[in-house]
Design a protein around this ligand. Structure first.
Ligand SMILES: [Zn+2]
Length: 203
C-alpha cells in the first residue's frame, strides 16, 4: 500500500492514515474526505439494482388519485411533470422532473457504472465520469420527498373531494428509503481508493 495519496478534490498529496469504521480523515487544504469506509461494494450493487427496479413503478404508476368534477384523475410523477408544463408552470415542472425523476436515476446509474467494472477488476475511464456525476448530484437526492410532499399538499388544497394515494406512492416511498440507505452506506471515496490501489492509470 502506498503511504501517500492524492486528494480527489484538489490533488494535494497527503499521507495516508488508516481509518476504521468510525473515523474519517480529511484533506487539510480543501476538507474533502480522504479516507473513510463505506459498505462493501457487492451490498451496494445489490441495493442499487433494487432501487433501479423500484424506480420504474415509482415514476410511472399513479401517485395520487383525485376526483375532480366526477372524474377520477390518476397522476404519476411523469404525467404530473407533463401536466405542470402544459399548464404553464415551467419552473415547477422542471424542479419536479429534476429532483424526483432525473436525480435518482443519475445516482443509481452512476453507482452501478462505477462499481460493476470495479467488481470485475476493470477500471475504464467512464468510472471517473460517473464519480464526478455522483459527487455533483448526491446532495440533491433527499430533496425529492420534500418536493413531493409540497405538491401533495398543494393539490390537497385545490381538491375538495377525497384524495387517494395511488400504488405509485408505495413504490416511491420504498425507493426513497432504499436511496437513503444507499447514499448512507456508499462511500464514493472507496472507489477512488480502489483505483489508487490498482495502480491503474486512465487512458
Ligand atoms: Zn484537497
Amino acid at each position: 500500500m502506498k503511504d501517500k495519496i492524492a486528494c480527489s478534490g484538489c490533488g494535494l498529496i497527503v499521507h495516508r492514515v488508516d481509518v476504521d469504521e468510525e473515523s474519517i480523515s480529511v484533506c487539510p487544504r480543501c476538507k474533502t474526505t480522504i479516507e473513510s469506509r463505506g459498505m462493501d461494494f457487492s451490498t451496494i450493487i445489490a441495493l442499487a439494482f433494487s432501487a433501479l427496479i423500484l424506480y420504474v413503478p415509482a415514476v410511472s404508476l399513479p401517485l395520487l388519485t383525485a376526483e375532480v368534477g366526477g372524474i377520477l384523475e390518476k397522476n404519476s410523477l411523469l404525467t404530473a411533470v407533463g401536466y405542470f408544463f402544459q399548464e404553464g408552470y415551467v419552473l415547477a415542472s422542471g424542479v419536479l422532473l429534476f429532483t424526483t425523476v432525473l436525480i435518482p436515476i443519475i445516482l443509481i446509474l452512476s453507482i452501478l457504472t462505477m462499481l460493476i467494472p470495479i467488481h470485475f477488476n476493470r477500471f475504464p475511464y467512464v468510472i471517473k465520469v460517473a464519480y464526478k456525476l455522483f459527487t455533483l448530484f448526491h446532495y440533491w437526492v433527499l430533496f425529492d420527498v420534500y418536493i413531493l410532499s409540497m405538491i401533495v399538499a398543494s393539490v390537497k388544497l385545490e381538491v375538495t373531494t377525497e384524495l387517494l394515494l395511488g400504488s405509485g406512492m408505495t413504490f416511491f416511498l420504498l425507493e426513497f428509503i432504499l436511496m437513503f440507505f444507499l447514499l448512507k452506506w456508499f462511500e464514493p471515496y472507496d472507489v477512488w481508493r480502489k483505483i489508487e490501489k490498482s495502480n491503474y492509470r486512465y487512458q
